[in-house]
Design a binder for this molecule. Structure first.
Ligand code: ADP
Length: 257
């Protein structure tokens, strides 16, 4: 079956502080295509440019140069209204920060993407309960985020990213506040959704998390330095390959001593 392109970044760069003494190109010309149903991990050391790449792919930020294509159309010419609609209908963004609104209940927070797209109260209630069950926080829906643990709030941010049945989940270190058992559970949820056709792009520094993907983009100094495909490897073999790849950074740190 032919793969259908969902997002394509063509020769994108990102310069921060343009025109200031601190100007720096955090992302050098980069090409990435995300096809529907893919599971891609983005790895690399801190400061490599992973979040910069992810925020451009998720259309939350614009490239300084180059083109970003959504469903084959250039996003540059799109009005904000259209971009928001595209995001709302296709993407589920899960950030590493616990970005829930303190004064809204967990239920209201999770339902935000559906309120924005004008869904009915009964539909919202049903969808919120469905994703909350998936993440085992269905008993906490009436609580405020301040009454829940960091891990529970992070599960709610995961739920908010899933509630609109996105074609693509985009997650930036989604398990940073979870212990390894809970992180595994969240990744299994992504894996199950991926089996049913949902695409996943996840930024992580953790090889174990990346080993759930089918392809890893390894970012270093603002470039995609290497692409590793899982192919026929078992998850363990793939994990070992990623450990080898990322251990080069650690070697470099020790060699600097
Ligand atoms: P990573 O996600 O791999 O840790 P980032 O994409 O956050 O890396 O950052 C890449 C580089 O860009 C870093 O050197 C970082 O300091 C710089 N950077 C990121 N965001 C900004 C910003 N808003 N303004 C200026 N510099 C930034």
């Amino acid at each position: 079956m032919e793969k259908k392109e969902l997002l394509r970044a063509q020769n994108i760069t990102r310069v921060y502080g343009k025109g200031t003494p601190n100007e720096m190109e955090a992302l050098h010309p980069t090409n990435v295509t995300i096809y529907e149903g893919e599971f891609v991990a983005i790895m690399g050391p801190s400061g490599a440019g992973k979040s910069t790449l992810l925020t451009i792919l998720s259309t939350l930020d614009f490239a300084t140069k180059g083109g970003m294509y959504l469903d084959g159309e250039n996003a540059a010419g799109m009005e904000d209204k259209y971009l928001s609609k595209f995001r709302n209908e296709n993407l589920g963004y899960i950030s590493q920060d616990l970005t829930l609104i303190d004064t809204l209940t967990m239920e209201e927070n999770i339902g935000i993407p559906l309120y924005v797209s004008g869904k009915s109260q009964s539909y919202i209630k049903q969808k919120v309960e469905e994703v909350a069950k998936l993440c085992h926080i269905e008993k906490l829906l009436k609580k405020l985020p301040g009454e829940c643990s960091g891990g529970q709030v992070q599960r709610a941010t995961v739920c908010r990213g899933l509630v609109n049945d996105p074609k693509l989940i985009i997650a930036d270190e989604p398990t940073g506040n979870l212990d390894s058992k809970n992180a595994h559970e969240v990744l299994m949820i992504f894996k199950e959704l991926n089996k049913k056709g949902t695409g996943v792009v996840v930024v992580t520094h953790d090889c174990q998390i990346a080993s759930y993907s089918n392809k890893t983009l390894y970012v270093l100094d603002g470039n995609i330095k290497e692409i590793v495909e899982k192919g026929d490897m078992s998850q363990e073999e793939y994990y070992q390959k990623l450990v080898e790849l990322t251990s080069e950074d650690i070697d470099e740190i020790f060699n600097e001593e």
